[in-house]
Design a protein around this ligand. Structure first.
Ligand SMILES: C[S@@+](CC[C@H](N)C(=O)[O-])C[C@H]1O[C@@H](n2cnc3c(N)ncnc32)[C@H](O)[C@@H]1O
Ligand SMILES: *[C@@H]1O[C@H](CO)[C@@H](O)[C@H](O)[C@H]1NC(C)=O
Length: 225
């Protein structure tokens, strides 16, 4: 292709990014378009496979949630709903570790995160080290769908709405009665929150598992009548 162009009258060679690089006045041919489509498809795939979703091969596609960090306000709101609570605090899908680090800083201990993406684990560990929390918080390379949550008292979830129903079943089956779940961005569609904080994108919801179980059992009995 470069050769064809070089032989055209009026073609001036140039480096990519320089004005002379694009074919002057010409449109991209069908082959060029195809090549472009393949290349950009490959770039999207590579970004997904290498940066966003490495370590996720064993997770069913419908349960894969890509990294999207919470905002400082979302972090502050989530932790305000857990203030003063005791017991183990976990972030399911901890990303770069921001929620876990802030939880530890505010006295929620032990605090740990589960994450599959090795780049994010690396970043989270680096940030913990930089904050002086090395060895105090932990980031574990584990599939959140496979960890046993029976000893978690404070659970933070910033995950896509599509995984909320299977997550709700898992939390109800495993969490202790006195656990509190804080969800960011999207609420659990069938649960009633015990409190909420923030507006719009910054809104977070807290659920007390004991209340949720009572509600779920109540509606199950209702539907049997
Ligand atoms: C929307 S991001 C939220 C990150 C972080 N909690 C925050 O609020 O900044 C969801 C994170 O969950 C991770 N994740 C998704 N599915 C997971 C799984 N099955 N096991 C462990 N981590 C998972 C993703 O890699 C991503 O970093
Ligand atoms: C999780 O661990 C608890 C306590 O060790 C155990 O009773 C429970 O059966 C486990 N749950 C699952 C789903 O493995």
């Amino acid at each position: 292709m470069a050769m064809d162009r070089a032989m055209e009258p009026g073609w001036e060679p140039g480096e990519p990014g320089e004005p002379g690089w694009a074919r002057p006045g010409g449109a991209l041919g069908a082959r060029g378009l195809l090549a472009l489509a393949v290349a950009s498809g490959a770039a999207v795939w590579a970004t997904w496979a290498v940066l966003l979703m490495p370590g996720f091969r064993r997770v069913p596609l419908r349960l894969q949630v890509p990294f999207q960090p919470s905002s400082p306000r979302q972090v502050a709101n989530s932790l305000a709903l857990l203030r003063g609570r005791a017991g183990k605090t976990v972030d399911l899908g901890s990303g770069d570790g921001r929620l876990v680090l802030e939880a530890y800083k505010q006295g929620l201990r032990p605090a740990l995160g589960y994450e599959l993406n090795p780049w994010l684990l690396c970043l989270a560990n680096y940030r913990a080290w930089k904050a002086g929390y090395h060895g105090k918080v932990s980031f574990l390379k584990k599939d959140l769908w496979k960890v046993n949550l029976s000893d978690c008292h404070n659970v933070i979830v910033f995950l896509a709405p599509s995984v909320k129903p299977p997550l709700a079943s898992k939390l109800l089956a495993e969490l202790p009665d006195d656990a509190r779940v804080v969800a960011g961005r999207y609420p659990f569609p069938s649960w009633t929150p015990s409190s909420t904080l923030g507006q719009g994108l910054d809104q977070v919801w807290a659920y007390d598992i004991k209340e949720v179980r009572r509600e779920v059992q109540g509606s199950a009995q209702q539907s049997q009548l």
